[in-house]
Design a protein around this ligand. Sequence first.
Ligand SMILES: CC(C)(COP(=O)(O)OP(=O)(O)OC[C@H]1O[C@@H](n2cnc3c(N)ncnc32)[C@H](O)[C@@H]1OP(=O)(O)O)[C@@H](O)C(=O)NCCC(=O)NCCS
Length: 139
Amino acid sequence: MKIVTYTDAWQQDLIDLWQACGLTRPWNDPAKDIQRKLTDNMGQLALMLDGDKLVASVMVGFDGHRGSVFYLAVLPAYQGRGCGKQLMQYCEEYLLQLGCPKLNLCVRDTNVMVLEFYQALGYEPDPVVLMGKRLIPDN
Ligand SMILES: CC(C)(COP(=O)(O)OP(=O)(O)OC[C@H]1O[C@@H](n2cnc3c(N)ncnc32)[C@H](O)[C@@H]1OP(=O)(O)O)[C@@H](O)C(=O)NCCC(=O)NCCS
């Protein structure tokens, strides 16, 4: 297994991975999400490969105050083997070398299994309400 930075040759495989992991939503165009992430100079879109097969992904970013993680996805056949943990460690090391003091992440409240995964890695719920406003509709 190795972790590499995204290039456009992986676009369709990455979208397929996100779909297989149930991460796509009608209001988020995954191709646009990928292209927007490539404009982020303080962030990275990282892929985990098994040989030449894409098996996992993560988006990491730093806004100068907090770090964030999105689109953490491990192909179902590869789940439970430490890939998610390894990618989260990769993100934490990436943010630490930028001097980022805290990583925040969002989990859909229906995604109970993932809450347990993050808690196993030392993450705790913060007493905040996430508020959002869509600025660019994708569809
Ligand atoms: C969530 C996800 C990334 C976890 O990846 P994974 O590779 O299966 O997890 P790992 O094998 O690395 O597990 C790491 C640790 O978390 C623990 N863990 C994983 N799932 C768990 C669960 N449901 N309950 C409790 N602990 C769990 C593991 O036991 C392991 O602990 P250990 O290191 O002590 O053995 C993966 O299940 C996934 O892609 N899910 C679908 C997409 C998704 O919901 N992404 C998150 C969006 S916020």
